[in-house]
Design a protein around this ligand. Structure first.
Ligand SMILES: [Zn+2]
Ligand SMILES: [Zn+2]
Length: 388
């Protein structure tokens, strides 16, 4: 078994130069959500060159792709790539490294194809993580339907096996009342802004009783037209975040109830603007997959850091983890203390340290994929844990 893993490591090392070039090229040409035409092109060209069967534009998403290695009937393991950049600050989330680690893992597994147990490996290119929800679209299009387990590595300043991601769902409220002169006939009016203010007050009270990891935050998007008119229309928008999916939807319901109560209290009518379709779901933990990844990562000489329990973000990889067993370990591609979405992280994502971390992540993902194909008990355990 370890002989195959040695061959996997050697294949990644052999490809180190091409992988670095791929990473730096993507880094130098940042493309936003759903515009990652060049990155998807370079990645698919590389994977096709390594002997994977490439499909472009899968799931009806132009910049998505799937690159497959098939060795016979068996389980399907997916390795995900992200490659979108941020507005104004380029690859400050290091998605060039995510893409390169995924492509490197796929290429290494293609190189040991003859030694792979029966099954299927898919490198799935998932666009638009930074707000566009590419994985949400691909899930709806059925791209993950036949996948048994999935993984990806995200850039960070440390090796961390699991970090919670908060689910996030947006909800808007539009209140309608009745306009009147605010001094001459205020009793003729029905104040829609009062309903907005009452919603914020009630949400603030709710916030006292929510779990520490939950976040509820909003803005007023319409506060009325003029101070001498009782506002006829007023509106607000809230983001609701939580670390567990059920709890996120529970809080979502309770925030809507706050707005309903405010409408009742003020005599306004309420229209709820539902954004449930674009929710990013929390990352569902899978200790079986994490354990397999950890063993491979530590064997490669990496040092694991403890999980971070505050400073939590959100990602559409959470949605994947709610439909199949899925992990997103953090790979060290930046010096300690470098925050993501910063100019320093953007620079780090193109430096030699990032390249070294990317190669280690590629090896660890390819080895873990091999473990899942070789040991049906391991995959069964991961699935059992997922379903539990
Ligand atoms: Zn990001
Ligand atoms: Zn990111």
């Amino acid at each position: 078994m370890s002989a195959v893993k040695d061959h996997i490591d050697q294949a990644v090392d052999r490809l180190a130069e091409s992988l670095q070039k791929l990473s730096l090229t993507i880094h130098a040409h940042p493309e936003l959500c759903y515009e990652e035409v060049k990155a998807a092109g370079w990645l698919t060209e590389f994977l096709a060159g390594q002997g994977l069967k490439v499909e472009r534009g899968v799931g009806g998403v132009e910049t998505a792709f799937r690159a497959t290695i098939e060795t016979g009937a068996g389980p399907t393991i997916a390795i995900m790539c992200e490659y979108d950049a941020l507005p104004a600050i380029g690859h400050a989330c290091g998605h060039n490294a995510i893409a390169t680690a995924g492509a490197g893992a796929g290429a290494a597994l293609a190189a040991v194809r003859e030694q792979l147990p029966k099954g299927c490996v898919q490198v799935i290119g998932t666009p638009a993580e930074e707000g566009g929800g590419g994985k949400v679209k691909l899930i709806r299009a059925g791209i993950f339907r036949d996948v048994d387990a999935a993984m990806m590595c995200h850039g960070w300043d440390k090796w961390i096996l699991h970090q919670d991601l908060l689910g996030i769902v947006r909800v808007g409220f539009e209140f309608t009342g009745k306009a009147a002169h605010a001094a001459a006939d205020p009793w003729e009016g029905v104040n829609a802004l009062d309903a907005v203010i009452q919603t914020f007050n009630t949400v603030s009270m709710l916030r006292q009783q929510v779990k520490p990891s939950a976040r509820i935050h909003g803005i007023v998007t319409n506060g009325g037209a003029a101070a001498n008119i009782i506002p006829e229309h007023a509106a607000c928008l809230f983001y609701v975040r939580a670390a567990e999916l059920d709890y996120m939807w529970d809080l979502h319901r309770r925030v809507i109830a706050c707005a309903e109560g405010a409408a009742r209290a003020t005599g306004t009518s309420l229209k709820v603007i539902d954004h449930s379709e674009s929710a990013y779901e929390p990352l569902k933990r899978n200790d079986t997959l994490l354990g397999a990844f950890r063993a491979n990562l530590l064997a490669l000489g990496a040092t694991e850091s403890p999980e971070i329990k505050d400073r939590l973000g959100s990602s559409d990889v959470g949605n994947v983890s709610q439909v199949i067993p899925c992990i997103q370990p953090m790979m060290k591609i930046a010096p300690d203390g470098t925050p993501i979405h910063s100019r320093a992280f953007e620079a780090a994502a193109a430096a030699p340290l990032a390249h070294a971390g990317t190669l280690t992540a590629a090896k660890a993902m390819a080895r873990t994929t091999y473990d899942l194909l070789a040991d049906p008990g391991l995959l069964a355990k991961a699935k059992g844990e997922f379903g539990a």
